[in-house]
Design a protein around this ligand. Sequence first.
Ligand SMILES: NC(=O)c1ccc[n+]([C@@H]2O[C@H](COP(=O)([O-])OP(=O)(O)OC[C@H]3O[C@@H](n4cnc5c(N)ncnc54)[C@H](O)[C@@H]3O)[C@@H](O)[C@H]2O)c1
Ligand SMILES: [Zn+2]
Length: 376
Amino acid sequence: MKLKRISVKSSLGNYSVIAGAGTVHRAAQEIAKLGRFSSIHVVSSTKVWRALSKSIQRGLQLPGKVHFHRMNDGESAKNLRTAELLSRVLVKSGADRKSLLIAVGGGVVGDVAGFVAAIYLRGVALVHVPTTLVAQVDSSIGGKTGVNLPEGKNLVGAFYPPRLVLIDPELLRTLPDREFRGGLAEVIKHAIIADAPMFGMLEQNMEKILRRDRTALGLLIPRNVAIKARVVSRDERESGLREILNFGHTFAHALESVTRYRRYQHGEAVAWGMIAAAFLGHELGLTRTADVSRIVALIRRLGPLPGWPQVPATTLLNAMRSDKKTRSGILRFVLSPRIGEARSYDTVPLHVVERVLHFTPRLIDASAGPLGKYRG
Ligand SMILES: NC(=O)c1ccc[n+]([C@@H]2O[C@H](COP(=O)([O-])OP(=O)(O)OC[C@H]3O[C@@H](n4cnc5c(N)ncnc54)[C@H](O)[C@@H]3O)[C@@H](O)[C@H]2O)c1
Ligand SMILES: [Zn+2]
């Protein structure tokens, strides 16, 4: 299959994303085009390396010495200590300003290694080789890097664009099923906010996609890369348009936070969040019943979700209000007036949000069929 080359605009320099089966075999060739580096440092995790070292090492037949560093990629290790440890390992292995850092892994490796690339000697070159679906269609594109604090997720970070992103869907073969399905939630999100034809394609091909059919993924992944690339190229610093990527996420973050990040894989919380956002759009007279039904039905084909937390709606509402993005006190919701379009709204009455938080689990859980009792 032909490789797709997608260009991303960034204030610190534009970069290419190359996507398609076999991309990793061209890694050395593509990296060589970036120029000469004094040393090359591949950062990955033990788990990723166990699954993928053969394919990656074959692709990274780079000239000169390549150093391999491993970090813990548990979400709990996405912190300043890991960033410090990695920086110190770089010093010990002689990395200087002309070194290249290659992040091979999921969003955790990408965010931490990306952050270190931004701050080590005030910035060294960075290449992403994402190995989860989330990382391939989302986190490796757009230049957001960072780590968590005990006070909250992603509170310390930098916008730091990579020089190149190499996306090979073949690397997803070894990804655990739950991670893969979680990533598909973000794919559905892209379809809802920006690509109605892709939504139709997902409806038609979900079984194939869940089987990780090569052709289906070969089409789907570059298309999602293009959506993310287009949005972040137009609004790198999230002053407007980029916000639409948060569709379902105001709800999702609240669900994750009240369950202390233990119950859901992020994509599962986003799946619930998108259902709630569709209901909210409908309650406000914005999203049509037929679209709500299609959204709910497609999300449910991802498989069963961990249950909605048994807490009062007000607890979730409070969690939303303490989210870092709503510190100003105004709750913003991304809503979809029709599949393929989304916009951010900051005038949603709280009692409507509360009602949606109350009835969403009742409608969805009570149902054996895909739509629950929801008929608008
Ligand atoms: N920077 C951004 O714009 C952005 C966007 C979305 C998410 N994120 C961040 O990304 C993180 C989540 O990333 P993720 O969903 O990619 O998961 P992850 O990095 O936590 O990886 C999930 C699990 O899959 C394993 N794994 C990764 N690739 C594998 C492979 N090919 N085969 C087998 N196992 C593999 C990992 O070792 C890990 O156990 C969160 O910290 C989130 O905040 C950042
Ligand atoms: Zn997300």
